[in-house]
Structure formats: C-alpha cells, structure tokens
Design a protein around this ligand. Structure first.
Ligand SMILES: *[C@@H]1O[C@H](CO)[C@@H](O)[C@H](O)[C@H]1NC(C)=O
Ligand SMILES: *[C@@H]1O[C@H](CO)[C@@H](O)[C@H](O)[C@H]1NC(C)=O
Ligand SMILES: *[C@@H]1O[C@H](CO)[C@@H](O)[C@H](O)[C@H]1NC(C)=O
Ligand SMILES: *[C@@H]1O[C@H](CO)[C@@H](O)[C@H](O)[C@H]1NC(C)=O
Ligand SMILES: *[C@@H]1O[C@H](CO)[C@@H](O)[C@H](O)[C@H]1NC(C)=O
Ligand SMILES: *[C@@H]1O[C@H](CO)[C@@H](O)[C@H](O)[C@H]1NC(C)=O
Ligand SMILES: *[C@@H]1O[C@H](CO)[C@@H](O)[C@H](O)[C@H]1NC(C)=O
Ligand SMILES: *[C@@H]1O[C@H](CO)[C@@H](O)[C@H](O)[C@H]1NC(C)=O
Ligand SMILES: *[C@@H]1O[C@H](CO)[C@@H](O)[C@H](O)[C@H]1NC(C)=O
Ligand SMILES: *[C@@H]1O[C@H](CO)[C@@H](O)[C@H](O)[C@H]1NC(C)=O
Ligand SMILES: *[C@@H]1O[C@H](CO)[C@@H](O)[C@H](O)[C@H]1NC(C)=O
Ligand SMILES: *[C@@H]1O[C@H](CO)[C@@H](O)[C@H](O)[C@H]1NC(C)=O
Length: 439
C-alpha cells in the first residue's frame, strides 16, 4: 500500500520533471531562434545551420549539458554577426559560457542578461556595445571572467562588479571609461587579471592596493590618466607577472619594492613624466624579466649593472631619460634582441665587448648620448645585428672595415660623430646595404 503510494508520487514527480526539461529545451530553442532573427548574419552561418528540425544541441556554437541537455555554452566568436542582442538570451538560464566576441553587436546590454545566474564566462570583447557598463553585472555571482574590451562603453566602472568574490579576470581595456578606479577592485581576493589599458581613468592608486589581491598576475593600467605615486605596497602583489603602468601621469620615485616582485616578466613604466630619481637597484633581482620599458620617465643616475645580468631579457628600453654613467656590456644577455638607450646622458666608451658569439642582439639604439672612443672591433661578433644607431655622440676613429661582414646589418646610423674616413666607407656600404648615415 505504502509502496504503491510512493511509486505513484514518484511517477508524478518524474513526469513533471520530464515535462519541465522538455519545456526548458524548447525555451532554449526559442531564445536562440529569437537571437538568430534579430542578428545580421553575413556568412549565413546561423541561417543555414540553426534549423528548426535539428536539436539545439547540434547547432554550431552551441553546447549542451550532458544530463539536462540544456544549453550551457554559446560561442559565436568571430562570425561577423551584427545587430542588438535579443533579450531572449536571458532565458538560457543554464548558460555558463557566453562568447560573442569579435562581432559587430551594437546597443546597450539588455537587462534580461542579468537572469544568466550560472554564467561563469562572459566575453563581449571587440563589438560596438555602448552606454555604461551595467551595474547588474555585479549580481552574476558565479562570474569568473568578464571581457568587455574594445567596445565603446562610457562612464565609470561600477563598484558592483567587485561585489563578486569569484571574479578572476576583468578586461575592460580599449573603452572610454573615466572616473577613478573603484577601490573595491583591489578587494577581490580571487582576481588574477586586471586589464584596463587605454581608457581615461583618473585619480590615484590606493596605498594599500596589494593587501587583498594575493592572486594578481596581470595589472595593466597603461594609457590612462592616473597620477600620484606607485604605492610601495606593490610588493604584496607577489604573483605579479605583468605590470604595465606606462602612459599615465605617475610621479615620485619608482619604488624599490618593485624589486621584490620576483615573478615579473614584463615591466612597463615609461611615459610618466612626473617620475624622479633613478632606476631602483633592486630591479636587478628580478631574474625572470623579459621585457622592460621605462622610456621617457625623467630618470637620472646610472643603470644598475645588475640589470645587464638578467639572462632572460629580450627587450630593454630606457630611452628619453637623463641617465648617465657608462653603458654596461650586454654580452651576458644571450636572449637580448633590442636595446634602446637613445637620448640620455651616457658617457664613456662603448662596451669593449658588446656581444659574444651567443648574442641574439638585433637592434641597438645608442644615439643622442655623449659616448666617446672608437667602435670596438668585436662589434662584428654581433652576428644577428640588423640595426645599429650610434648617431649624435662623440665617437671617433675609424669605422671598422669588417663591419661590412656583419651580414644581417640593414641599417647603420653614424651621423654627427667625429669619425675619420667616413666617406670612403660610405661608398663601400652603399653597395652592400641599405644605409642611412643621416637618419
Ligand atoms: C527539415 O524538415 C523539413 C520537413 O519537415 C524537411 O523538408 C527539411 O529537409 C528538413 N531540413 C533539414 C536540414 O533536415
Ligand atoms: C551545424 O553545424 C554543426 C557543427 O559544425 C554540424 O555538426 C551540423 O551537422 C550542422 N547542422 C546542419 C543542419 O547543417
Ligand atoms: C570560443 O571559441 C574561440 C575560438 O574557437 C575560443 O578561442 C574561445 O576560447 C571560445 N570561448 C569559450 C568561452 O570557450
Ligand atoms: C524569454 O525572454 C523574453 C524576453 O526577456 C520573454 O518575454 C519571454 O517570456 C521569455 N520566454 C520564456 C518561454 O520564458
Ligand atoms: C577593436 O575593434 C575594432 C572594430 O570595432 C577592430 O577593427 C580592432 O581590430 C579591434 N582591436 C583589437 C585590438 O582587437
Ligand atoms: C552584492 O552581492 C549580494 C550577495 O551576493 C547581493 O545580494 C547583492 O544584490 C549584490 N549587490 C549588487 C549591487 O549587485
Ligand atoms: C585605444 O582604443 C581605441 C579604441 O577604443 C583605439 O582606436 C586606439 O588605437 C587604442 N589606443 C591604444 C594606444 O591602444
Ligand atoms: C573589502 O572587503 C571587505 C569584506 O570582504 C569589506 O568589509 C570591505 O568594506 C571592503 N573594502 C572595500 C574598499 O571595498
Ligand atoms: C600630471 O600631474 C601633475 C602633478 O603631479 C599635474 O600638475 C599635471 O597637470 C598632470 N598632467 C596631466 C596631463 O594630467
Ligand atoms: C636585491 O637587490 C639589492 C640591491 O641590489 C640587494 O642588496 C639585495 O640583497 C637583493 N635581494 C635579493 C633577495 O636578492
Ligand atoms: C653578473 O654576473 C657575473 C657572473 O655571472 C658576476 O660575476 C657579476 O658580479 C654580476 N654582476 C652584477 C652587477 O651583478
Ligand atoms: C664562441 O666563443 C668561444 C670563446 O669566446 C669560443 O671558444 C667558441 O669557439 C666560439 N664559438 C663559435 C661557434 O664561434
């Protein structure tokens, strides 16, 4: 008796849940059909593939969950689709991954998308969305990765985004956002990547900015209007691999504490005219550095020679500063391809050993300094050298004849020095390379 009641109840339960899931998959199909009808589809990708008689789960760009057969992922990246996004997408309530990046969608984001409670990844990058970044994005509590880059979003970054303790990646780069960086951004302990390059954000970085973001790997804030000091608290962002603060209006000293970010591979601080002081010695401790650019940052003093011992460096640029002292030899940098030190106040001779036979160096810009002496003959060991700019210095003596044997050399700039016999060599070079003496 009891058993039959239970089995009766159970079958009702089964029937109704079957009915529910059937309804739901129909909802998913309706939602996607509405989306298709509101979308311009120049390559007829959706119009040929998303047909009424096939299951949504077989449609291109659509993935369903194994159990419920509900749509869990929609990936239509790069199909050149256009139009406004149908609010009906908000009915895909099982959606976890939404990627419609690299299309031409326009308008504002429909509020109905706030119904996508299970969403983990939302990628709307490289479209033409406009308006303010909606505050309701902060209510998508499962969201881990939010990409809104390269649209025309305006206004400020809503604080509500940081109400989410699961957020790992925030990419708002290449928009037109203004106002300050909400302090809450530095309070999301799960955050790994903050990409806000190329906006119009202003104000200061909070002094305690690295207290609560122990997982941060990428902090990209270049091309904004930020000012004030780089907080010395920066060392607490220990996992940082990319630090990009260039093209802002930062001032003060570059903090020594940057030398404690031992995971750093890219360090970009250039084009901040308000800096003063020198290159911190401690940067020489960063043994994973690959690319360093601190151009045009009012730096004075010597370049710590320890930097010329970081064997992973491929690109080193300190141009347009007031650095002085001599140029350390860079033969300990087997990976270095580009060295830009032009327009400084370097003195002394060119390093007597510039490269050895392990060097990868391709481009060396040392123009507009006060270098003296001869061009060292062993410049010829720079087997991969394509460009050498020594113009506007006080170099003298002969130009080594064998420079003509460095087979990769395409461009050589030697103008405004005190070389002897330059015109003889000019004639030889003209036949060998494309050469610009007056560049
Ligand atoms: C869809 O079904 C119609 C008939 O209901 C059929 O004529 C058509 O060929 C079917 N299309 C596909 C892609 O199966
Ligand atoms: C739609 O595209 C998917 C994935 O490319 C393919 O497996 C399926 O057969 C296509 N369906 C139709 C009706 O063209
Ligand atoms: C969508 O597809 C593109 C290209 O196939 C891929 O790079 C991207 O990771 C996919 N997005 C998601 C959320 O899986
Ligand atoms: C789907 O979404 C639209 C717009 O948000 C709504 O009007 C409609 O009722 C929804 N459909 C279902 C079946 O839930
Ligand atoms: C940004 O979007 C524009 C079109 O809206 C495109 O031409 C450009 O390549 C995109 N830039 C990047 C870096 O993806
Ligand atoms: C912040 O999160 C809480 C809990 O997740 C939620 O109730 C609240 O609506 C959120 N606030 C905003 C502004 O999104
Ligand atoms: C900044 O973004 C705009 C698009 O919003 C783009 O046209 C421009 O090239 C970007 N600038 C830089 C320096 O990346
Ligand atoms: C940081 O988060 C804590 C709780 O996680 C909260 O009490 C505090 O107000 C937040 N601070 C900011 C600046 O948002
Ligand atoms: C940069 O900051 C200085 C103060 O440090 C200020 O005087 C100057 O106006 C700022 N420049 C710009 C372009 O914002
Ligand atoms: C970092 O560099 C400074 C100055 O060059 C040096 O005194 C210090 O010992 C270094 N620290 C580590 C951990 O290597
Ligand atoms: C550079 O490395 C060499 C050996 O690897 C070492 O002898 C020298 O002291 C180092 N120079 C600096 C300035 O760290
Ligand atoms: C590279 O230089 C070292 C010493 O500087 C020399 O022993 C070796 O033979 C050279 N290798 C080549 C391939 O020239």
């Amino acid at each position: 008796m009891e058993g039959s009641i239970i089995s009766f109840l159970l079958s009702i339960l089964l029937l109704s849940s079957f009915g529910l899931s059937l309804n739901s998959i129909i909802t998913d199909k309706d939602s996607l059909m509405s989306f298709k009808h509101s979308t311009s589809d120049p390559y007829s990708i959706l119009s040929t593939n998303w047909s009424q008689n096939t299951s949504v789960c077989d449609w291109i760009g659509v993935s369903c969950g194994l159990k419920h057969r509900r749509v869990i992922a929609l990936n239509l990246s790069g199909y050149d689709l256009a139009g406004t996004v149908a609010p009906h997408l908000g009915n895909l309530t099982f959606l976890r991954y939404l990627d419609i990046s690299f299309n031409s969608f326009t308008g504002i984001l429909p509020f109905e998308l706030s119904k996508l409670r299970r969403l983990k990844v939302m990628n709307l990058g490289t479209n033409s969305y406009t308006g303010e970044i909606p505050t309701w994005l902060g209510s998508l509590s499962q969201l881990e990765e939010l990409y809104l880059y390269n649209n025309t979003f305006l206004g400020t970054i809503p604080t509500s985004l940081f109400n989410n303790s699961n957020l790992q990646i925030l990419a708002l780069n290449d928009n037109q956002l203004s106002g300050p960086i909400p302090h809450g951004m530095f309070n999301v302990s799960s955050i790994r990547e903050i990409r806000i390059r190329n906006n119009s954000l202003s104000g200061w970085l909070p002094n305690e900015m690295c207290n609560n973001i122990p997982n941060i790997k990428i902090l990209s804030l270049s091309y904004n209007r930020l000012e004030g000091h780089i907080p010395s608290n920066i060392w607490k962002c220990r996992p940082l691999e990319i630090l990009s603060l260039s093209f802002n209006n930062f001032s003060g000293n570059i903090p020594h504490e940057i030398g404690r970010l031992t995971m750093l591979t890219y360090l970009y601080l250039g084009y901040n005219n308000g800096f003063r002081g020198g290159v911190p010695l401690e940067i020489g401790n960063l043994t994973r550095l690959e690319r360093v650019n601190i151009d045009s940052a009012s730096l004075t003093g010597d370049i710590p020679s320890s930097i010329f011992n970081i064997s992973s460096l491929t690109f080193l640029s300190f141009s347009d500063n007031s650095l002085s002292g001599s140029i350390p030899t860079f033969h300990n940098l087997p990976m270095l391809e580009k060295l830009y030190l032009y327009n400084n106040k370097f003195t002394g001779w060119l390093p007597s050993i510039m490269c050895n036979n392990k060097s990868s160096i391709k481009e060396v810009y040392l123009s507009e300094n006060q270098l003296e002496g001869n061009i060292p003959p062993n410049i010829l060991s720079c087997k991969h050298l394509e460009l050498l700019d020594l113009s506007q210095n006080n170099l003298r003596g002969n130009i080594p004849r064998a420079i003509g044997n460095t087979s990769m050399l395409r461009e050589l700039y030697l103008a405004f020095n005190n070389f002897t016999g330059i015109f003889l060599y000019m004639i030889i070079f003209v036949f060998l390379f494309y050469i610009t003496l007056f560049g």
